[in-house]
Design a binder for this molecule. Structure first.
Ligand SMILES: CC(C)(COP(=O)(O)OP(=O)(O)OC[C@H]1O[C@@H](n2cnc3c(N)ncnc32)[C@H](O)[C@@H]1OP(=O)(O)O)[C@@H](O)C(=O)NCCC(=O)NCCS
Length: 247
């Protein structure tokens, strides 16, 4: 199942028609690099946001956005480097970005996308999978700078990657987890139609961490009304996602 194969065919889909091969600019990525590593040319556009692999300029924006992500009184997000002091926080963010690219394999990938609002990166939306060609299952995680939280951007960014997963990559299921008490994260998942799917307990930074699991399947996603998501630059990336063109 490819982006081009589904253009305009699903009356319930929020996706816009796209021309996968037309990319007037690469959003700051070097054209020669995009030719070799086409993920750098992948773009998801919603009504208000653009999601793309971060450029150097995006990473600099993200240093600012990551300085404050935690609403008062809310449980902490899982990625502890985001709570470190500067410059460890920024270094952790860079390494998270580089690791996602450096460790990418078609059978184990991690799409780590900057969320841009009016050209400025305000947060990160990730989607990852192991053996996607077989499991057809993705997982997601995200953060948004505190100054931009509570305006629907987190929901819009998650919707964008779910649309990529279900409509363009042929996912069967998407999963997510929220730390007990992370009400905003839970609310985003419920708004998008996820259902409870158990919990897991682990140790993090010497503490007991309870994560509530949620899942949504392709049939549920297709039934739900959702906003427009324009996907460009995907066709050349399909093999990197472990998806054969036309499958
Ligand atoms: C989770 C996060 C990405 C959501 O982004 P966002 O842009 O704030 O999300 P949205 O505005 O789309 O939706 C947030 C929802 O949570 C609800 N919410 C926020 N705080 C809440 C609280 N304390 N109690 C109940 N609901 C709350 C909002 O009301 C909103 O729901 P609504 O639209 O039905 O009113 C963002 O809050 C964040 O970055 N948090 C810190 C990092 C984190 O926890 N990441 C998730 C880890 S899985």
């Amino acid at each position: 199942m490819t982006g081009s194969g589904h253009r305009g065919q699903d009356p319930h889909s929020g996706e816009r028609a796209t021309d996968d091969d037309v990319q007037p600019n690469h959003g700051g990525h070097d054209t020669a690099l995009v030719a070799v590593w086409p993920l750098l040319g992948l773009r998801l556009a919603t009504a208000r946001l653009e999601l793309a692999v971060p450029t150097s300029a995006d990473l600099a924006d993200l240093f600012d956005a990551a300085a404050a992500i935690q609403p008062p009184g809310q449980a902490r997000f899982q990625q502890s480097f985001l709570y470190a002091s500067s410059p460890e926080r920024e270094r952790g963010l860079l390494q998270r970005h580089w690791r996602a690219l450096a460790h990418w394999r078609p059978d184990s990938w991690d799409l780590h996308l900057a969320i841009r609002l009016d050209g400025t990166a305000i947060g990160v939306q990730s989607m990852w999978a192991t053996d996607f060609a077989i499991t057809r299952t993705v997982e997601t995680g995200s953060w948004i700078g505190l100054a931009h939280q509570g305006r629907g951007y987190g929901t819009e960014a998650r919707m964008a990657v779910l649309e990529l997963a279900f409509t363009h990559l042929g996912a069967a299921e998407a999963r997510t987890a929220y730390v007990a008490g992370n009400l905003a994260s839970e609310a985003v998942s419920r708004k998008l139609g996820y259902q409870d799917n158990g919990h897991k307990v682990s140790a993090q930074d010497g503490e007991r961490l309870v994560q509530h699991l949620m899942a949504i399947d392709a049939a549920t996603w297709k039934r739900r009304s959702r906003g427009p998501v324009e996907v460009t630059g995907l066709t050349r990336c399909l093999d990197l996602f472990g998806v054969a063109a036309g499958s």
